[in-house]
Design a protein around this ligand. Sequence first.
Ligand SMILES: *[C@@H]1O[C@H](CO)[C@@H](O)[C@H](O)[C@H]1NC(C)=O
Length: 138
Amino acid sequence: MSISNQLKFFILLFFHLFPIHRAEVGTAATYNPPYTPTKCFGTDPSQFPSNNLFAAAGDGIWDNGASCGRQYLVRCISAARANTCKLDQTIQVRIVDYAPNSTSKPSISGTTMVLSVTALNTIAVSSPSSINIEFQQV
Ligand SMILES: *[C@@H]1O[C@H](CO)[C@@H](O)[C@H](O)[C@H]1NC(C)=O
């Protein structure tokens, strides 16, 4: 292999091992228990990660149900009140429900996703009804 072919090989290998999912900007609300039944997994208790970091998908990411079980990295970037975001925190949430039809209603409707209470409180203080987020599928 010539040097340049080796270089090409390693560049391709790098992008294969570390695919770039571009981060997007959106909004998040929150919702309280009861969390079941969900549109994705019904009443199955094993759908919820043990750390309780999960979310319901809004119309923007629901993808006709294909988003069920997807994992997203989420970070709070701003909110109506200053100093709401814990800027150094990033969470990984699992999609378990369809927000517009969730068993308990979101704090506000129409957001990109709706976070469990634990998920929201991990990235924001004072339980805001909505925050601006940066998110990226894992
Ligand atoms: C959400 O609820 C509406 C109204 O009941 C229904 O028409 C729609 O099919 C539901 N969507 C999903 C994904 O369950």
